[in-house]
Design a protein around this ligand. Structure first.
Ligand SMILES: [Zn+2]
Ligand SMILES: [Zn+2]
Length: 247
């Protein structure tokens, strides 16, 4: 009996220890949970600080770029490769064009963008569906203030011109903010940049030039690349006057 009672007491004591242990365990768990929460808070705070630090750096860079643009009244020249012109080809045309532009107008502040290659829709074809109608291509091209879009295509482009309904041409710039150039009739493709410069200067308001060595000469159906040597002084002056008016 005594033994049994003692055993009962022992069980009671064990139960009490167990309950106490469970209570302690719960308390520990609760406390650990609090510690976890506090650690989480600290981590969040640190992460926010780090994020804020990078945001400040990024915003700082962005702001610097934007300030640059407004300070210099920068315009953007966008090259669009159409119908088979590759990224490499357009990049090389752009580089040669930029070199010529920089050497003639060292204080120009253009920014350059090259778009991904694009296919022109069938609405840009001529009525015979044999070539691209240059004016329809230019109409299709984008237009945006402070941007000059230069489209380059490998397809032949034409216009109703010189008594022909479908007269093949090298380029067209009927609009201030955009022009199209075709490499189709250019034997040495590396000279394409000269036609690009000719059309680009049209977009800046320049007309044809009587100087036979000037890039702005009128091809009159027979383009002479070897004669398109310079942008003559008169055209340069004209460009600077027109450009200052545009700004
Ligand atoms: Zn012209
Ligand atoms: Zn000239």
């Amino acid at each position: 009996m005594k033994n049994q009672t003692a055993h009962g007491e022992l069980i009671k004591a064990d139960m009490m220890h167990l309950k106490m242990a469970q209570a302690l365990n719960k308390q520990w768990k609760r406390q650990l949970h609090y510690v976890e929460l506090i650690l989480n808070d600290i981590m969040m705070l640190l992460m926010n600080k780090i994020l804020l630090f990078f945001l400040i750096i990024l915003t700082g860079c962005g702001k610097a770029e934007i300030t640059d643009f407004s300070d210099t009244a920068c315009e953007t020249i966008v090259f669009i490769p159409y119908d088979g012109v590759t990224n490499e080809e357009i990049a090389s045309y752009k580089d040669s064009f930029k070199k010529l532009l920089d050497s003639n107008f060292p204080d120009n502040k253009y920014q350059f963008i090259i778009e991904a290659p694009q296919i022109l829709p069938s609405t840009c074809l001529n009525d015979f569906k044999t070539r691209l109608r240059a004016d329809r291509v230019v109409d299709y091209m984008p237009l945006k203030p402070h941007y000059i879009f230069i489209g380059v295509t490998k397809s032949d482009i034409s216009l109703p011109l010189h008594g022909s309904k479908d007269y093949g041409i090298l380029g067209l710039a009927p609009h201030r903010g955009k022009c199209i150039v075709s490499t189709y009739r250019i034997r040495n493709k590396q000279l394409t940049y000269k036609i690009i410069m000719h059309e680009f200067l049209h977009t800046r308001g320049l007309r044809h030039c009587p100087n036979e060595n000037c890039i702005m000469q009128d091809a009159k159906g027979h383009i002479k690349f070897d004669k398109m040597k310079v942008i003559c002084d008169s055209c340069k002056e004209h460009y600077k006057r027109k450009k200052s008016k545009l700004e």
